[in-house]
Every structure is written in structure tokens, then in C-alpha cells.
Design a protein around this ligand. Structure first.
Ligand code: ADP
Length: 523
């Protein structure tokens, strides 16, 4: 039997564990508790029972709508959205049914017939919505249009009833009319068709949803059957019918909650956990990389210092005078070695920065002294290119900064060597300094070099970014210097920036806080 159904494409039976959402006790507990409450209430007042039972179902149908509507952009579940738009108006018809129930007399005198008519029209409406919904799954639908169309149908039904153009459903003293009884059978038939359609054609509907909606339809059919038996609007079959209805609405609500809320949240949580674990992996990899760079730089420095040291000894050894040719070779070794050492030191700094292991010791530093020392150190760099370094800062009134002296030197040397490296033959580099008036000293290094194109300005401080420059003998580098420089300046509570024009030159500036006046000066 199962095989035959499977072959014919009965999609629900095709799935394993399709009943899983239905065996969870948490699904049944709330409507079961509500049912117990309703049965107790019914013992005291049937009208109160009816009002509560209907209100529960009405609230659920509005909740179905509210949930599906407010999350429709994320879920794109056309099937449930279609149902939700329908259930909004079914809820509205049920509300009128409750208000005009016999004995309610809210806005007009309640009557058995009026409430039965609203009941019947809401059930026809519900059965048809359930029948059409599986076909809505694949259709692209405009939810505003859907809501309006359903609204027009509901309003049309209400007008027919209030104007007396709807068939009579209940006659006081006699009971249900044939119209009402046959309508319940007809509604059940439509519901049966809806069930078959759902199971047979709802291919794009998830198994869980299908199981819940199919059970809901089944419950509605049970409710309808119960209603065919009743003779009195306050009777036992009426009670059973309403409880079945409550369960059926609840199941649709659960389908919406699962598909529009629980599943997206579960997916979100899963992706969050995944990205967190990816982040942990990335962080561990980054730490391993920094550690590798750090230990490699250390290991490289020792033999490199030996190479440089012995090259210097060879060059200066008075016992073994070298030929000019050999001295030239040694100078190549020294030049290349020094460049390599500088690079290794930069990489080491970078690794320390990334591992948060770079300690700065801030002290009172005489800015003029440091600038003079750095200019003196940079002087030989400019010689081969005939670049002149002009120090316009030293010699002025002495200024004290709160900085790490060694790191400040590193920063200035870096800016000066860039200003020489990217300068033209016979160009100039000018160092200037002035207090900004906000407790900072601004030191600037201006060159007359190649400058930086406007489009590259945003990339200047980016790690390993050389702005498209190839590492040639004239422009050797790795694109680390300014990254480290920026970090150092900012960790001394300062700022760094530049202005530059392609082909004209650049001015790189740093601002560092002035040292607070010393005790002696204050005294
Ligand atoms: P490196 O000089 O080792 O390439 P830096 O981080 O010091 O690395 O500089 C990054 C890039 O910024 C350089 O490759 C260069 O393109 C540009 N740059 C830096 N300083 C100057 C300057 N004074 N003039 C022109 N371009 C510069």
C-alpha cells in the first residue's frame, strides 16, 4: 500500500519521520490546557465557554497573520503567507459570529441563525483557503492584493448575511436547517479535497508544515462533523466542535511559528556558531603566523648580524688590506645585509604589534635633540642621490615631548628615509616643527619627490601596500614602514597624516603630546 502511494507521488508519505513534529508533547500542551479550561467554564456558563473558545481561536488566527506578515520578507513562504492572509479574515468573520451569538447582544440582538450563518460562511471560506493554498506555494504573489481580495470576500459574505440574502441556518425551536447540515457535509468534502491536494501536490511545502496543516484540516473536519449533530446552540456537540476548532487553529499557528520563527532562528544560531568557530580558527592561525614571524625574525637576526659584523671586520682589518674591488664587494654585502636587517626588524615589530607585545616606555624627550640625531643619521642616505636634508626645527626653543625616545627615533628615521627614497635626484627634504596650541608638537617632513596620486591616498598606511611600486634598488621596501610608524605614533597618544601631490612632493607629519611642565619649572 505504502509503495503504491509512494509511486503515485504522495509527498508526505514519501518522507521519513513526517510525523515527528506531531509527537512533541509541547505542541499539544497549550491547546489541551485551554480545552480543560473551556470544559470547566462550560459547566458554569455555556455562553462564557463559547466566547472564550472563539476568542482563543480568533486571537490565534490574528497571531498567525501577524507572525507570517511581519516575517514575510525573510522567509518567503508563499504557502503559509497565503493561509495567514486568509486566516486574518476568517478570524474577523469568527469575531462577528461570536458577537452575534445567541445571548451576546453586543451591537445587535444575538440570534442562533445569525451566528450560524457567520459560522458557516467562515468555514466555507476556511475550507476554500485551505484547498487553494498548496497551489499558492509556487506562485509569486502580492500579499497586499491577497489580503484585499480576501477582505472583499469576507465583507461580501457579511453584507449578504446582514441584508438577509444568506440562506437560513438555524430556526429557533426546530434546530438546524437543511442548508446548514448539507453545508457542513459540503465543507467537509472541500476539506477532504484540501487534504488530498496538500498531500498530493504540495511538493514545495516542507514535511513538518505539511504534517501540521494536514492534522489541522483533519481536526477541522472532526469539528464540522460534530456540528452536523447539534440541535441546540448550547449543546454537547457544539462544545466538542469548538474544541476541535481550537486545536486546528493552533496547529496552523505552530506551522507558522516553526517556519517563520523557530527555523530561521535555528539557522541563524547555527551560522553564528559557525562564524564564531571560523573566527576562532582564523584567530589561532593569525596568532600562529605572528609567532612564526616573531621567531623567524629572531632566528634571522643572529646570523645576519654575524654576516654584517664579519663584513665590517674584513673591510676595516688593518692587517689584511683589501683591494678596491674587494672593498666594493664587501660594501655590497653590507648594503644588502643592512637592508635585510631593517626589513627583519620591521617584520619583528609588526609581529609584536599583532601579538600585542610591543611595549612602549613613555618619558620626557627633548624633541630638538632627537630630530638633530635623526637628521644626522639620515644625512648619508641622501648623499648618493644628492638629496639635501634641511633641519629647520633644531636650534629653536627646546621642546619636550612625552614619548618613547627609541620609537620616536624609529618614526622619524622612517619618514626621513621615505622622503629621501621617494625623492628626485638633487631634491630636498625639509624638517619643520611647531606647537599646535593644543598641547601637541607637530613635526613635518617635506620632500620634493614623486608624490602620491590622489586615488592612492587611502592605501598609504595599509600593510604591505606599496601603491603599485616595484621594489627596485632606488625604491626598495616592503610596505611595512608606515604601518608600524602609524601604530607607534598612535600608541604614543599622537596622530599621523600627510598631504601629497603626484610629481610635486609630499609632507608627512606627526603630532605628539608635549611633556607636562616639570616640577622645577613650576617652582
Ligand atoms: P616602503 O617604503 O617600504 O614601501 P612604507 O610603508 O614606508 O613602505 O610606504 C608605503 C608606500 O607609500 C611606499 O611604497 C610608497 O609608495 C608610498 N610612500 C611613502 N612615503 C612616500 C613619500 N615620501 N613620497 C612618495 N611616496 C611615499
Amino acid at each position: 500500500m505504502e509503495d503504491i502511494l509512494r509511486k503515485q507521488g504522495w509527498t508526505l508519505i514519501n518522507q521519513e519521520k513526517w510525523f515527528e513534529p506531531l509527537v512533541d508533547w509541547r505542541l499539544w500542551a497549550p491547546p489541551a490546557a485551554a480545552a480543560v479550561f473551556l470544559i470547566v467554564v462550560a459547566r458554569y456558563s455555556f455562553l462564557a465557554f463559547h466566547t472564550f473558545a472563539e476568542l482563543f481561536a480568533i486571537v490565534i488566527s490574528f497571531l498567525i497573520f501577524a507572525f507570517a506578515w511581519s516575517t514575510r520578507k525573510f522567509t518567503r513562504n508563499n504557502f503559509l503567507l497565503f493561509l495567514a492572509c486568509g486566516y486574518f479574515w476568517i478570524g474577523a468573520l469568527d469575531l462577528i459570529h461570536t458577537l452575534v451569538y445567541k445571548g451576546m447582544d453586543v451591537f445587535i440582538e444575538g440570534s442562533g441563525n445569525l451566528s450560524v450563518q457567520f459560522w458557516i460562511s467562515a468555514r466555507y471560506f476556511e475550507a476554500l483557503v485551505l484547498l487553494i493554498a498548496p497551489f499558492a506555494t509556487t506562485q509569486k504573489q502580492n500579499e497586499y492584493f491577497l489580503l484585499t481580495i480576501f477582505g472583499v470576500i469576507a465583507a461580501g459574505l457579511a453584507i449578504l448575511i446582514f441584508t438577509g440574502n444568506f440562506p437560513t441556518g438555524f430556526i429557533e425551536g426546530e434546530g438546524l436547517t437543511n442548508f446548514k447540515i448539507y453545508s457542513e457535509y459540503a465543507i467537509n468534502l472541500v476539506l477532504l479535497l484540501a487534504l488530498v491536494t496538500l498531500l498530493r501536490y504540495g511538493r514545495d511545502i516542507s514535511t513538518g508544515e505539511k504534517a501540521l496543516i494536514a492534522t489541522s484540516i483533519f481536526m477541522t473536519m472532526c469539528a464540522e462533523l460534530a456540528f452536523t449533530f447539534y440541535v441546540d446552540v448550547y449543546g454537547f456537540s457544539n462544545l466538542t466542535g469548538h474544541i476541535f476548532k481550537l486545536f486546528s487553529f493552533w496547529l496552523i499557528f505552530q506551522a507558522v511559528v516553526i517556519s517563520h520563527l523557530k527555523e530561521p532562528y535555528a539557522a541563524l544560531q547555527k551560522s553564528e556558531e559557525r562564524s564564531r568557530s571560523l573566527f576562532d580558527v582564523a584567530e589561532a592561525a593569525s596568532r600562529a603566523k605572528s609567532e612564526f614571524l616573531r621567531s623567524m625574525s629572531h632566528e634571522l637576526r643572529t646570523p645576519l648580524n654575524a654576516v654584517l659584523g664579519f663584513a665590517q671586520i674584513l673591510r676595516a682589518d688593518p692587517q689584511n688590506r683589501l683591494s678596491p674591488h674587494q672593498i666594493e664587494h664587501i660594501d655590497h654585502i653590507l648594503g644588502g645585509g643592512n637592508h635585510l636587517l631593517e626589513l627583519v626588524n620591521q617584520v619583528l615589530d609588526l609581529a609584536r604589534i599583532e601579538a600585542d607585545q610591543l611595549d612602549l616606555s613613555l618619558e620626557d624627550v627633548n624633541a630638538s635633540e632627537v630630530v638633530a640625531e635623526c637628521v644626522a643619521m639620515a644625512f648619508p642616505l641622501g648623499a648618493p642621490k644628492g638629496v639635501q636634508i634641511i633641519d629647520e626645527f633644531t636650534g629653536g626653543p627646546s621642546t619636550h615631548l612625552r614619548a618613547d625616545k627609541l620609537r620616536l627615533k624609529q618614526v622619524l628615521i622612517n619618514l626621513l628615509s621615505n622622503a629621501v627614497k621617494y625623492n628626485r635626484q638633487g631634491g630636498t627634504v625639509t624638517v619643520e616643527g611647531r606647537e599646535t596650541g593644543k598641547g601637541f608638537l607637530r613635526l613635518s617632513v617635506t620632500d620634493t619627490g614623486i608624490g602620491i596620486a590622489e586615488k592612492d591616498h587611502a592605501r598609504v598606511f595599509r600593510m604591505f601596500d606599496r601603491l603599485g611600486l616595484a621594489s627596485t634598488l632606488a625604491h626598495e621596501g616592503a610596505g611595512i614602514g608606515l604601518t608600524v610608524t602609524k601604530f607607534l605614533v598612535e600608541h604614543m597618544a599622537g596622530r599621523i597624516g600627510f598631504v601629497s601631490q603626484e610629481g610635486v612632493g609630499s609632507t608627512f607629519w606627526i603630532e605628539l603630546p608635549l611633556a607636562p611642565p616639570s616640577e622645577e619649572v613650576l617652582a
